[in-house]
Design a protein around this ligand. Sequence first.
Ligand code: ASP
Length: 586
Amino acid sequence: MQDLTTSMRTDMCGHLTAADAGRTVSVCGWVDRRREHGEHLAFIDLRDHTGVVQCVVNSSHDLRSEYVARMTGAVRLRPDDTANLDLATGEIEIEVREIEILAEAEPPPFPLDERTDVDETIRLRHRYVDLRKSRMQRNLRTRALVNSAVRRGMEEQGFVEIETPMLIASTPEGARDFVVPSRKEPGSFYALPQSPQLFKQLCMVGGIDRYYQIARCLRDEDLRADRQFEFMQLDAEMSFVNQEDVFTAIGHAVANAAEAVTGDRPSVFPRMTWLEAQERFGSDKPDIRFGMELVELTSIFEGTEARVFQAPCVKGIRMEGGVEALSRNQIDALVETCQRWGAKGLAWMKVIAGDSGPALDAGVAKFLSDTESSAVIDALDAVPGDMVFLVADERRVVRHVLGLLRLELGKPPVNEGGLHFLWIVDFPLFETIADNGVPVPAHHPFTMPHEDDWGLLEQTGEALLEVRSQSYDLVLNGWELGSGSIRINRSDVQNRIFELLGIGEQERRAKFGFFIDAFQYGAPPHGGFAFGLDRLVALLAGETNIREVIAFPKTQSGADPLTNAPSQIDGGHLDELGLRVLPPAT
Ligand code: ASP
């Protein structure tokens, strides 16, 4: 245990045990709870970040909830029948001789126990009080542990920590930039970095070889439980590598973090192609803690009489014991939900015990021929008591909807099922083709296409969707932790990509001129990765909401109830910046 003594305290509240009986100690902290005991005595639970200790004081002292105090006295064993074995310090108490009130306190704005559910805005407005809760203490300390394990992991492998600037020109991550107006050049703006992408690649041109940074990234996007305007990434880049080298390096740092928190080192992370992930899990970030995989049924329904299954693709999932688990109302709600997700419908059937083995019943069962029924049962390995759900549609829609349905029906709680890391590889280079025929890149435009697919880059239109890229994601329990790629270091390939993306000569110069120029001076083959520390910490801490692992987060609407950011600035300041605020659009 670390020595945390100071000139004011000899011990930490939560560390005192029966072994300390007889010692005179001084502890400092906040009054957690007060109970009167008879006429003259009171029990005060004094709390610091290590826990609470019971202090016996004279009841005449005015010690209220959250007062800050220093208590000095002898540690003694509690009488046997009053020991509290649920508490680390439950066998002892301090017989207080001297009390020093270090600060008085207003009554706390909300109770600090873990049971009371407090509105998040109120928690964030008084975050300094909220941080005293053991949950927040634990989460922030877990976060620090992860940061230091990750740092160590990178340094052990020769990565050099380099800080890149916050005030920059735009980065090509594809989200909206936060901008900062320039006073010296009114009408011009800096962008805050969406990532250090361009700088880290320039570090490779600069011979750094292995760069890393625990970097703050800013993206002006709508917030969700797993997203904040500003977030932290472990950002890394390395030279003379292929994607396996990047996996080894990042895997080492992530395994360090997981081990630091859980005590177990995860084994080598498996890999799955993007296509396989889509086909089997209907997602590019599959949660592989549970089965319920999407099963291909298209060939069973080739030439089917049943209208609902006359579609380019049919897949199904099986819910074990679904007949018991789901009411008719719940099933109807699922059908509606799937329609909202974009499917024409959701076909469901119960599996019952028929005369000669399992059979399909209810729902759309009557539309299936006997051969189709038994083929579906076989393909899904269904047994009586299961529910089966089928979607027939365009392949893209089938995967998407069944992927979401699978999560809806089977996803375990965040802290169950262990940590299942997974590399997703061979992403498509382009997401879709826009109406004007221009492909939409899946990542930033410096992502290297798969070498086997370079030939396809000469094509146009839909054929381009076949091009795979050398980019990859790291997924943990259904969350995308981060992504990276091998970068383009050849100007012919880069030019072709710009051409395909419709980024003309002028725009290239304006946006990336400095970057393209740098590559004329000898750019090594390189690649890298970035993963979100907030998400990793949240998962390791068993939290679903990343705000629980950030000391001072913004609310879902992007506001900070503590400091009232964002706030207005005065007219003089605006003048200096050459800015005028327009009245709100009506
Ligand atoms: N800069 C990318 C991102 O932030 C990651 C990478 O390609 O290294 O998503």
